[in-house]
Design a binder for this molecule. Structure first.
Ligand SMILES: Cc1cc2nc3c(=O)[nH]c(=O)nc-3n(C[C@H](O)[C@H](O)[C@H](O)COP(=O)(O)OP(=O)(O)OC[C@H]3O[C@@H](n4cnc5c(N)ncnc54)[C@H](O)[C@@H]3O)c2cc1C
Length: 315
């Protein structure tokens, strides 16, 4: 029994960090945090632009923190540092560069198969987020322009003419940031942006009024074509426009295959089934963070999941 963890947490983002730190604070000793990328907070590192403002009330969702972890508005860098200190100060055992492949329950114990070995635990928390597979548009992206379409800012260069697609906070933040060194158009199918928080709406309106960005709202994209090495975008109002690059900021998908490999029961729409304590149909296996929502979620919400789950396990 010595080698059996009380809790193994899959995913080192805010949900996983929340569970592991709350568990330590609430007296659970044997816990292990497993993260597939080379450090904690893989999504924040990959999808947030440098110096990004991190809002506690993301997408306008007001959240009261319930647990022992405080969380404030900050930047990408202060948020990562803060999580780093939490993991260090609470001496959380963590394995990075370690991808969980499968979880099976054998009698009362979970067997967790990973790229860095097999672990055993009494409880498993799945906090893998949704950004492992960002959402893609329903129309086809021709192979010849696929290299010019992205889901974060990694490949953008200064001076490109870029279209950002999406109507949430991340789309607005990407568009405003890029406009400092690029021509930027924001495209959203709705007539009006309603999802971003008030700060981002105000920023978007300022940038529009100052002609720093252009907007194509209430217009859908019908198809993309390769036009002499650039992307020709055909809109459903009959217009078309040429861009060097398109950034899709339209959220992430449920990792259905991974959940199936963990024997998590899914509903008809492929979402994990769990109860008010975030426990799946398999006793001792829980869901935390973004994966508990079809869309939405936030750092503060993920931290609250951690607190609630550990309290429930402790009972
Ligand atoms: C561009 C952008 C900007 C955002 N800005 C804000 C903001 O300002 N404020 C805010 O509150 N929220 C913001 N969010 C939302 C916030 O990032 C998420 O709600 C939060 O990260 C969810 O935490 P999570 O732990 O559920 O998932 P994630 O943060 O996605 O973490 C999941 C972790 O699991 C790891 N993982 C995945 N699969 C495996 C596996 N098989 N084995 C091991 N590890 C695995 C991943 O590498 C990742 O590190 C933003 C999101 C985006 C995309």
């Amino acid at each position: 029994m010595n080698n059996i963890y009380d809790i193994v947490i899959i995913g080192g983002g805010p949900g996983g960090i929340g569970v592991s730190v709350e568990a330590k604070i609430l007296g659970v000793e044997k816990i292990l945090l497993i993260e597939k990328s080379d450090n904690h907070s893989g999504t924040i590192r990959k999808f947030y632009k440098d110096q990004k403002r991190v809002d506690k009330d993301w997408q306008g969702q007001k959240v009261e923190l319930e647990g022992n972890i405080e969380f404030f508005d900050g930047t990408k860098e202060t948020t990562i540092d803060y999580f780093e200190n939490l993991l260090d100060n609470h001496q959380i055992e963590a394995k990075f560069n370690c991808e969980v492949e499968k979880v099976v329950k054998n009698d009362e114990i979970f067997i967790i198969n990973t790229s860095c070995g097999t672990f055993e635990a009494k409880n498993v928390i799945i906090a893998v987020g949704r950004m492992g597979k960002p959402n893609k548009p329903s129309y086809d992206i021709p192979v010849s322009v696929r290299g010019l379409t992205n889901y974060n800012l990694d490949k953008c260069s200064n001076g490109e003419d870029i279209m950002v697609v999406g109507g949430g906070d991340s789309a607005v933040e990407y568009a405003c940031e890029l406009s400092n060194s690029n021509g930027v158009t924001l495209n959203y199918r709705g007539d009006k942006l309603t999802r971003p928080n008030p700060t981002n709406i105000a920023m978007f309106e300022n940038f529009l009024n100052e002609n720093k960005i252009a907007a194509k709202l209430g217009i859908n994209i019908e198809s993309l074509e390769n036009e002499k090495g650039k992307i020709k975008v055909n809109f459903d109002d009959g217009s078309s426009q040429i861009f060097d690059r398109i950034i899709y900021a339209i959220g992430g998908t449920t990792p259905v295959d991974f959940l199936k490999k963990c024997s998590v029961e899914l509903d008809v729409s492929g979402e994990p089934i769990f109860d008010k304590n975030y426990e799946t149909k398999t006793k001792g296996m829980f869901i935390a963070g973004d994966i508990a929502f079809r869309s939405g979620g936030s750092i503060a919400i993920a931290l609250n999941h951690g607190y609630r789950i550990v309290n429930y396990i402790n009972k």
